[in-house]
Design a protein around this ligand. Structure first.
Ligand SMILES: Nc1ncnc2c1ncn2[C@@H]1O[C@H](COP(=O)(O)OP(=O)(O)O)[C@@H](O)[C@H]1O
Ligand SMILES: [Mg+2]
Length: 329
């Protein structure tokens, strides 16, 4: 399977009055065409910064210090960190769709749903209003929205949270993008609605072959939907692997800790301990491995002094931990 996205050494900083925050630190990651990739990490680990870097929606105080983001379009590869804003605008919307946590930041409260979806369509393709309306209705039906005619004519406040999130997904999918990035798309929803939305993502992949990056702080969400999983901590990738394999045998102590914290609901998980200690201080980055102050297996002095690279330890399995030095595939 070929890759749709290749991220190399991506490093992003934010400037704040108190100093500089390194939100992403030399991220290396590929995304395969047609897969569902989950990016998992605690709040503040850099997940949204990664999503915003790909979509080039970083705020003004952010800076890409290093790295490249190669996106394979149908016409060939482009580096998303290098192209002009105009080229990026074309890619965003037509080739990369986005869904974010809070639908209301993306929905205009005084505009009918159908008009909002159509707006996205017309700005990218020449199409009559009538055809656009038909296409919108068709998409709402595909997204299993009950009473699509009614929803199309509604204003956002008339819809439930789950329905609003479906509308946002419709907006992201209207131009049939190759890549869909969903940042905590179900975090604001209750569990049953969350399950429905996750099903919907799977159906979209089946129906359109769209590649999906789903970002979540919830391992349960990842295991339900993803093919591969990426574990992030303090702006670094700690582990990458097939989602079932990572659950069966988490390699990184941090992953083991995360799984340990959901042990009670997943009895199949054998390894695991409860994470202790505080998340990292953003202004005083830890030397060496970012996780070493909380790691029960910390080895003096290497973990304290040297940041481990992402070791390739098996078929599509990577882990950034000195315990696995010398274990290569
Ligand atoms: N606009 C911003 N300005 C300054 N710092 C930010 C900004 N956005 C995020 N950060 C900081 O960058 C780090 C990563 O944040 P973020 O990417 O939002 O993580 P996550 O999505 O995993 O919760 C955090 O330390 C956060 O405080
Ligand atoms: Mg976030």
């Amino acid at each position: 399977m070929s890759n749709i996205l290749e991220i190399k050494r991506l490093t992003v900083e934010y400037k704040v009055p108190e100093g500089v925050i390194k939100a992403l630190d030399k991220i290396d990651l590929y995304v395969k065409k047609g897969e569902i990739l989950a990016i998992v990490g605690e709040s503040g680990s850099g997940k949204t910064t990664l999503a915003h870097s790909i979509a080039r929606l970083l705020p003004k105080n952010a800076r890409i210090v290093e790295g490249s983001i190669i996106f394979h379009t149908r016409k060939g590869p482009v580096d998303l960190t290098k192209i002009s804003e105009e080229e990026m605008r074309k890619i965003r919307g037509s080739m990369i769709g986005m869904v974010f946590q809070d639908p209301m930041t993306y929905l205009n409260p005084v505009m009918k749903i159908s008009d909002q979806i159509i707006e996205g369509l017309i700005s990218h393709k020449k199409i009559s209003k009538k055809d656009a309306e038909a296409k919108t209705l068709d998409l709402l039906k595909k997204l299993r929205i009950p009473n699509p005619e009614y929803v199309a004519k509604s204003y956002p406040h008339q819809l439930s949270g789950g329905m609003k999130q479906r509308v946002i997904i419709a907006m992201a999918m209207i131009n049939q993008p190759d890549l869909l990035i969903a940042d905590e798309p179900t975090s604001a929803l209750d569990v049953t609605v969350q399950a429905e939305i996750l099903e919907l993502f799977k159906e979209l992949r089946k129906e359109y072959g769209v590649t999906i990056i789903i970002i979540t702080h919830d391992l349960g969400v990842a295991v339900r939907i993803a093919d591969r999983i990426v574990i992030m901590y303090a702006g670094k990738i700690m582990e990458i692997g097939d989602v079932r394999e990572v659950f069966k045998q988490p390699l990184h102590p941090y992953t083991q800790g995360l799984l340990g914290s959901i042990l009670s609901i997943s009895e199949n998980v054998r390894k695991g301990f409860i994470l202790k200690g505080a998340p990292p201080d953003i202004f005083n980055p830890t030397r060496g491995c970012k996780f070493h102050p909380r790691c029960p297996f910390v080895m003096r002095d290497i973990c304290i002094n040297e940041d481990p690279p992402l070791f390739h330890v098996g078929n599509e399995r990577y882990v950034a931990c000195w315990l696995y030095r010398g274990v290569s595939s």
